[in-house]
Design a protein around this ligand. Structure first.
Ligand SMILES: NC(=O)c1ccc[n+]([C@@H]2O[C@H](COP(=O)([O-])OP(=O)(O)OC[C@H]3O[C@@H](n4cnc5c(N)ncnc54)[C@H](O)[C@@H]3O)[C@@H](O)[C@H]2O)c1
Length: 340
């Protein structure tokens, strides 16, 4: 089966491509490389001994998308391609809506023209917004995230729901990721942020490798057990396997039409201080840090109720926090400058 993976050269995409190839799928990656390197795919090929068809293109380029669908007999689409920096999205909101929302519209339009029905979308826990209480459950109403980035995820979910009503043969899955961290156990592929990392663990790893002096922890006065924010961290390979499980679920349920959302998380919250000490314990490296005031828009604590994915997709996050830390460090220490 041919799967088109948009954004497949990126962090989560490359790990998912690896899992798809391992499970016997043929993969066509469509990525404009605005936040990735083709190197990730070369390494995936070396790790799996299989080939990936790579097309460098933008999801807003309908002509190229159309010819890609015609050329490759695509059976299903996994749509990762998006800009993802929450802070940046407030500075350049139009680019975020253009890239993430308009790009998804183009993709759905060209899919419909080519009668392709199976669509898996990279959504996020951010769609629950500030109004819902943790643990987040899929039955909650979509919230109002504070950032334009979060708003793009809510909008695409909304578009999928409306599209499914207008096109009854549509089979959509929205995967709401919590906080993916870690890297493939080989240390060959991993997260390679450009510039200053926005996420906690890549920052910690860059401090450990000597690229940054110290970690800044934003806020130690939250109403949590140690005052720092709590998130549901899951291993990126568990997340990758969640995509394969969702695709299998679509393939095994030919009578399913519409859109179904699934949380992909471990179901447990871990604090920033706990992450730092887990990393130190797993690597024997001390992470210097300072505490500064809270960052605008950060919620104190959220984690997933992952029972729906556990039951329906037969998927469960398997890798523990120590594995996440060790795998992050294996990748970062072997590739201090990422794929460069
Ligand atoms: N990493 C996280 O913490 C997280 C959490 C929740 C949801 N997500 C979502 O998961 C998806 C993948 O995230 P990631 O962490 O792997 O990010 P990433 O930046 O590593 O991957 C995104 C990929 O999409 C590509 N891309 C971006 N815009 C494109 C366009 N217009 N056309 C073609 N390619 C384009 C980039 O080059 C990159 O390879 C994104 O949709 C993101 O919003 C990520």
């Amino acid at each position: 089966m041919n799967v088109l993976v948009t954004g497949g050269a990126g962090y989560i995409g490359s790990h998912t491509v690896l899992s798809l190839l391992t499970e016997g799928y043929q993969v066509i990656v469509y990525d404009n490389l605005c936040n990735a390197s083709e190197q990730s795919l070369k390494r995936v090929e070396a790790l799996t001994g299989k080939t990936v068809t790579f097309i460098q293109g933008d999801v807003n380029d309908k002509t190229l998308l159309s010819s890609t669908f015609k050329q490759h007999k695509i059976d299903s689409v996994i749509h990762f391609a998006a800009l993802k920096a929450v802070g940046e999205s407030s500075q350049i909101p139009l680019q975020y809506f253009q890239n993430n929302v308009s790009g998804s519209l183009s993709l759905l339009e060209i899919m419909a023209e080519n009668q392709i029905e199976k669509f898996i979308f990279s959504s996020s826990a951010t769609v629950y917004g500030e109004e819902n209480q943790a643990p987040y459950v899929e039955s909650y109403k979509l919230g109002s995230p504070s950032s334009p980035y979060g708003a793009t995820k809510v909008m695409v979910e909304r578009i999928m729901n409306d599209f499914a009503i207008a096109m009854p043969s549509f089979k959509g899955v929205s995967l709401r990721y919590f906080n993916p961290i870690g890297a493939h156990e080989s240390g060959q592929i991993g997260e390679d942020p450009k510039g200053i990392p926005n996420n906690l663990l890549p920052f910690v790893a860059q401090v450990a490798v000597g690229k940054r002096e110290k970690l800044t922890i934003f806020g130690d006065d939250y109403p949590t057990h140690d005052g720092s924010c709590l998130r549901d961290y899951l291993h990126v390979m568990d997340l990758a396997e969640g995509h394969v499980a969702a695709l299998q679920w679509l393939n095994n349920n030919p009578d399913f039409y519409g859109v179904e959302a699934f949380n992909l998380g471990t179901g447990t919250g871990t604090s920033v201080f706990e992450i730092v000490s887990a990393f130190e314990k797993a690597t024997d490296i001390t992470i210097p840090f300072e505490v500064s005031p809270r960052r605008a828009g950060d919620l104190p604590a959220f984690w997933a109720d992952a029972s729906k994915a556990n039951k329906a997709l037969h998927w469960q996050a398997k890798r523990d926090l120590t594995t996440m830390m060790k795998d992050t460090w294996r990748w970062q220490s072997a590739n201090p400058n990422g794929y460069e």
